[in-house]
Design a protein. Structure first.
Length: 499
């Protein structure tokens, strides 16, 4: 089987890594130090080339920074969120809040072992049981683990982890399920402290945790079905899958009836105190689409994503409505979620928007909105002209609000997954069909190439070459599996081929 890129040459991108290495004093080294970064990237990452240099540079920068967070322990590899030690972390400096992001981003690495180890440690690393702080923060881990399976096809791994994933779900039900049937969370344990809608001690049902639990239940339906074998499911697997489907359906119905504010046309936090909606639009109202949860008539919520009065600011998508009287009133620089821009949330919203553009019929947002917001995300990840990723930033100036040592290289969002599944549009599936639906607007770039993508055990190459002169593999969009063309079109549109 082919294991190398079909079109792009790895050596053409080494200059980025040389530059990143020179940019900094490497004061914290984990499993793969800077001097080994390029060798590691050559073995592990997809390649991407496009005419817009900052997109290309950021793609390699984000793999270079992700690698910094891979840490070797006596039990195997883990992924950290901070490079510096945090007092509230679990053993090995593990923090669960962005584990879903780590899984979605790292599913494109060629070497599975890093994330396999990380998940085994999270779910079994505490004398065979889950780490103590696995549920310290809300998470969409079951969903992410299933979506990783859609890329690497490793059924054995997910089925083996099923008992732990089900125990984790049951733990959430026991700890955070309210009498209403919705899940509640403190804003700080949603990894979103100092919100307009809630507080560090308020137990509110929120669109975030309820979206996650819906996504996790749906993933357990699918993993149970995988465990039951190819043909008819045996009764136990079937009944369990049906039970998770019922949980998911019930949550969806509750989110749509209890968290939808029909005055605002938006999913909002419900105040436990008084059982009323918080009456503020916050970016978490887009999270249900990350899991394709809402019915199509709720898509009107997306009207506000590109509205400059509501969420669209010069440096990104704000975490709360810009027109709300309490916007950015909680002071600064202690991790407030009352309006500043968080890449954690931006990557959730863009993943949700890609789902909306792929799976729903609606007229509220289009490809150009997706591109513009992704481009703003690219521009925001710079300081003094150099690539940078931190915790959160000022929506008007782009200034990073936690610029000190603790938040350098913050591993708390996805970026390359947005390029691969959104912009270039490789949509992971369980079957033998390869589906590509680029969200690049027509007329924006004349060419791009995503290459060396390990997907279902094959190397995938996706080429857009409007005139056919750049890569000399024909005009338009084409999809290649191990160097063989499986689908093509003269324009940017959804393509399907056989693997």
């Amino acid at each position: 089987a082919q294991t190398k890129p079909f079109i792009l040459k790895q050596g053409s991108y080494k200059h980025y890594v040389d530059y990143f290495n020179k940019m900094e004093d490497e004061n914290i080294k984990q499993a793969i130090p800077n001097d080994s970064a390029w060798d590691w990237m050559k073995k592990n990452i997809p390649l991407f080339e496009c005419p817009q240099q900052n997109f290309e540079e950021l793609f390699y920068y984000r793999w270079w920074t992700l690698r910094k967070h891979i840490k070797q322990t006596e039990k195997g590899y883990v992924f950290t969120e901070f490079l510096v030690q945090r007092t509230y972390a679990d053993k090995y400096n593990l923090i669960s809040s962005a584990l879903g992001h780590h899984i979605y981003e790292s599913r494109w690495l060629h070497e599975k072992k890093y994330m396999d180890d990380n998940l085994h440690i999270w779910y079994r690393g505490n004398d065979g049981k889950a780490m103590k702080k696995l549920r310290f923060y809300s998470g969409w881990n079951q969903d992410a683990i299933y979506n990783r399976y859609l890329v690497n096809g490793d059924k054995k791994f997910v089925v083996d982890l099923l008992p732990e994933l089900e125990a984790d779900y049951a733990g959430w039900e026991q700890e955070k399920k309210a009498a209403s049937g919705l899940f509640w969370q403190y804003d700080v344990r949603d990894a979103m402290e100092e919100t307009i809608s809630g507080g560090r001690k308020e137990k509110n049902p929120r669109p975030s945790i309820n979206g996650y639990m819906y996504g996790n239940a749906m993933a357990l339906v699918k993993i149970r079905s995988l465990a039951g074998g190819e043909e008819e499911l045996d009764p136990i697997h079937l009944l369990t899958a049906i039970a998770y489907k019922k949980k998911a359906d019930s949550l969806k119905q509750l989110v749509q009836s209890k968290l939808w504010n029909s005055n605002h046309n938006f999913f909002e936090v419900r105040k436990e105190q008084g059982d009323t909606l918080a009456n503020v639009k916050e970016e978490i109202g887009f999270i249900p689409w990350y899991f394709n949860m809402p019915d199509s008539n709720y898509s009107i919520a997306w009207k506000s994503v590109a509205d400059t009065k509501t969420f669209c600011a010069p440096y990104g998508i704000t975490t709360a409505d810009r027109s709300h009287p309490l916007f950015r009133t909680h002071g600064c620089c202690k991790c407030e979620w009352d309006g500043a821009v968080w890449p954690f949330a931006t990557s959730q919203t863009l993943t949700a928007m890609a789902n909306l553009l792929n799976n729903y019929k609606q007229d509220y947002v289009g490809h150009y909105d997706y591109f513009n917001m992704l481009e703003t995300l690219v521009k925001s990840q710079y300081v003094d002209g150099k690539p940078y990723i931190g915790e959160y930033l000022d929506e008007k100036t782009g200034e990073w609000l936690k610029g000190e040592e603790r938040s350098r290289y913050y591993n708390h969002s996805t970026f390359n997954d947005l390029i691969i599944t959104g912009l270039v549009g490789l949509r992971p599936r369980a079957d033998n069909v390869i589906e590509v639906n680029p969200l690049l607007p027509a007329g924006k770039w004349e060419w791009f190439c995503l290459d060396n993508v390990l997907y279902h055990g094959r190397i995938i190459t996706i080429i857009w070459d409007k005139a056919g002169a750049k890569y000399k593999k024909g005009k338009g969009l084409s999809v290649w599996v191990n160097g063989k063309k499986v689908a093509a079109s003269p324009e940017l549109k959804k393509l399907r081929g056989k693997l």
